[in-house]
Design a protein around this ligand. Sequence first.
Ligand code: PRX
Length: 634
Amino acid sequence: MNKLQIRTLEQYYEKYAQSVSDPEAFWEDVANEFRWMKRWDKVLEWNFTEPSIRWFKGATLNITENMLDRHVSIRGDKQALIWEPNDPHGKTVSYSYSELLDAVCVFANTLKSQGVKKGDRVCIYMPMIPELAIAVMACARIGAIHSVVFAGFSANALADRIEDAQAKLIITADGLNRGAKQIPLKRVVDEALEHVSCVERVIVFDCLGWQPAMKTGRDIWWQDAVEGESKVCEAEPMDAEDPLFILYTSGSTGKPKGVVHTCGGYMVYTAYSFLNVYQYEEKDVFWCTADIGWITGHSYIVYGPLLCGATTVMFEGIPTYPDAGRFWEVIDKYGVNQFLTAPTAIRSLMAFGEDHVLSYSLNSLKIIGTVGEPINEEAWNWYHLHVGKGRCPVVDNWWQTETGGIMISGIGDISPLKPTFAGYPLPGIQPVLLNQEGREIEGADEEGYLCVKFPWPSILRTTYGDHERCRVTYFSHYDGYYFTGDGAKRDENGMYRIIGRVDDVINVSGHRFGTAEIENAINMSNLVIESAVVGYPHPVKGQSIYAFVVCEQEVPEDKQIQARGEIVETVVAEIGKIAVPEKIQFVSGLPKTRSGKIMRRILRKIAEGDTSNLGDTSTLLDPFVVDEIVENAL
Ligand code: PRX
């Protein structure tokens, strides 16, 4: 694999040029470093019209053979996974590559015994414990398609995702640890399953010793289910284009989409991007603080690092428990060399002052990364100075659930650093900026819609059960381009800065929500007739949610706290705590055009506290409603 590593800026330019002039030869070279059961007939076949994208056509492989078996003979005793529990005094768990292979095979056999077959969908709703990573790989081992749902989603949100994927089996736990709190999971699964009928089996990991109710014939304890299962499980041969997993993500329409990634391309790209962006060396320890419920955890806790034979750290807890020094303590504890976290975590830790970070040496760090949302200059500087001690490059990883892996980013200490700029595209990635008319903008210091004009191996292939939705969402805005939904700027050196979403998607603490999704949830409240939700800047979360709500009856001042409480409860039940609006303003109407379209631009400005120039409001259906909203803005 080391052969794939770019070592100098010149090499980067060379590889980049090659990846554009002959993409098939470029990716064939990369793919040659993996173990395939059968080689491909053709490296790439594609069009962005349907869209239809096939990488390594005709090849067969199993990704877990590349993550585990392949390493066992050369680094079998090397630590593959180190697990740091929520409780700093709790017992660390670690798996060598050999032990991890055994554990994955045992659980893969367990899934088979429970009736799971290749192509079946398995929903995973788990704490951040090693069994989550094991469950993911066990699915991949037997060709079952995993759909991990972040354990902060509500029963209704979970039910929607189970139903959409028609999952046959669910893997969960009694509950999870999160800082000082313990949160139930099995109870949420039970509630979700009241609304769905496709699930035959629920495997429950005993994490907290809570003894939740178990439904006879449906529920089984993980610890009982694995009894007597063999450590040998042959890896299922998978077509390169067979689905590996589904991961639900929000877009500008109401219902989250199941983004589908496939076995071959996802394998090649997550490994390639991991190896290069983090310049991983054999003895290094890599730590990504994301949750496996999101794409970052899939690609850079589990798949990318293990494909490269790395030691990957998995953390159960939160950055501020028991105090704001926890991240730094864990880095020193394991001698972490590469560290990846989110801007929102950096900003929240900044608020606790420097003392926490200055108490730790952080000497082992070589490269520090950020991902998930734009990073402001102040947070970038703090991270670079206090965590990276001014000597570690900050790599800002721009990518998306749909892209599968990092697309634009610094490459270790090789590429130039510029605060708030993600940087250059990785080899194989061809970003462009388009104007309103869909024409490519050339030149420096320009802003436009960020699109990609050529496929890369881990591009999404479809949205589960609804290919048309995939086409319309990503490939129909601009003919022949993948549309990211982001706006970006390019400087005179060709470095990209991501500005943020240009569609109705809000990024709260690095979590994506569609405004329509939150509005749907708010509108479920009996009090509400209609609502409009916008994002506004927030010093820690990046963006926060502002809801303008029209109720059946006017809500008097003294009833507003109660009404807000009811709306919040509805959002918690429909989506989860992570989607609760920070501000809820009761309004008598929404600013609409004569054709009934809500003027979000006006609402956004009001939410931002900028009411100086709201533009021409005279064409609105009811122009006076704007004055009222401005007057009562929160
Ligand atoms: O708006 C961009 C923002 O997060 C969106 C993707 O969200 P998600 O699919 O949840 O994936 C997050 C982790 C990859 C993008 O459309 N985003 C992600 N990374 C960055 C970013 N914005 C600015 N800079 C980044 N590094």
